[in-house]
Structure formats: C-alpha cells, structure tokens
Design a protein around this ligand. Structure first.
Ligand code: FES
Length: 91
C-alpha cells in the first residue's frame, strides 16, 4: 500500500528501511523522502516506521507515536526545502 503519494513510498519500503536499521524517523525521511512534501502521510508513515522498528527489537517508540490525528508535525528544515534545489532560478 502506498503511504506517501508525493514520493511513492509504500508501507513495504518503510518496513524494509526500518528492518534494515534505519535509526529514526528523521533518518527514514532522509532515506526515502517520505512525509517531506505535503506532510499528509506523516502520521501514518510514523506509525508504520515505529511498528517495524519495534519489531526489530532495538527501538522503543517515542511517546508521541499513536497520538491523535492532527497532532503537531515536525518536518526537518532540510526536508522542507527538499525541492528547493530542483526549482530553476528565475532571472
Ligand atoms: S503524501 Fe507524503 S509528503 Fe505528501
């Protein structure tokens, strides 16, 4: 199932990254660009990541995991400007 439409990231992609040792959601965002565009997938991607990272056995989900929809979203500054470098400069 596609979780992030903007970057075509599936739950399998997230699971694979989590089980391969991705250490944090920030790292997942860096690796897959998930939840770095519109951010609508953030809560779902976050939940999927922490569920699979917990199955790996070396990860404890953060307190905010499972928080109600509409909770604060933190998108790293670098990720927010993910497309900035691809936009051509206007002369
Ligand atoms: S659906 Fe994931 S950033 Fe838009």
């Amino acid at each position: 199932m596609i979780i992030c439409i903007c970057h075509r990231v599936s739950d399998r992609d997230i699971a694979r990254a989590a089980q391969a040792g991705c250490a944090s959601f920030d790292e997942l965002q860096f690796e897959l660009s998930v939840a770095t565009c519109c951010g609508k997938c953030h809560d779902c991607a976050h939940e999927v990541f922490h569920r699979h990272a917990a199955q790996r056995g070396t990860h404890a989900p953060p307190a905010e995991c499972g928080s109600p929809a509409g909770s604060a979203r933190v998108i790293p500054i670098a990720a927010r400007h993910h497309h900035a470098a691809t936009v051509p400069a206007v002369a």
